[in-house]
Design a protein around this ligand. Sequence first.
Ligand code: BGC
Ligand code: CA
Length: 303
Amino acid sequence: MTTNLDLPRRSERPQFLVDHPSGTGEGPLWDERTGTVTWNDIPAGHLFRYDPADGSNTLLYEHDAMIGGHTLQEDGSIILFCSDGRIAHLDPKGETSVIVEQIDAVNGSRFNDVIADPAGRVLCGTMPLEHGPAHLYRLDTDGSLHLVWDDLGLSNGMGFGPDEKTFYLSDSDHGVIYRADYDKTTGELANREVLIRLEDDGAVPDGMTVDAHGDLWLAVWDGACLLHFAADGSPIDKVEFPVQKVSSLNFGGPDYDFAYVTTAGGNERSEAEGVLAGSLFGIALENVTGKPDYHSRIETTAP
Ligand code: BGC
Ligand code: CA
């Protein structure tokens, strides 16, 4: 299905939560164990924890290189997906250990969005090198890495349908959301097809999530909105944002009825980009409930 941004506007307005000029804010994840949200600023290599109870936003970890994405582990630790294909384990004391040192095909570039699957594996996508394709990898719980797709344009947000048999991936460069069959026993993906094609000057699909009903919510980079689609790809409506680069979202709160939304462009704050660019936003969407994200269960040799 092809769509542009010309959809009915929802009446809800995003709430501004944290004023931070992120170059690329990304990856908000609700942690139900602490009632907080972790999110990262990719180019700065910063990982934050936002606490809605007191509105504080704490720097949890600072990396000397970019952090493209992260997952929350079942055991309370965190996996970081960084530059050059590096994957690291961050323990609760703030110590890191390496899981994957480097991937040749990603050397000079970096990981982008990642997602834990129902079995605790992680699907992790990459940005292209200056030329050539982007890749999707699967990190299995034993720490082994497998190439899944090698023909993406720019791998971005991902989601699983509530049936745990459907996988979605947004490809910013191809301007599409792919849908594929997903086998949670093996982690295999099959029958990939284009579900949604976004046609709009300059606006590209970025992060995404799937709500409890199976609808898709897509953050639109340079589109100043979230787009809402039915599971069959039909466009429904949109939520407008006061910043151009809406980068990612996930539902959280004890009842999963509040979406946490990251934005980018904070390094170039302006009237055009949005004076709050790079900040963390939140929004309650009437009659919409999200579903919990999965925790990764990557085994590490760390003590
Ligand atoms: C990436 C950015 C990219 C944007 C739009 C984000 O996920 O981190 O580097 O420009 O998507 O494609
Ligand atoms: Ca993204």
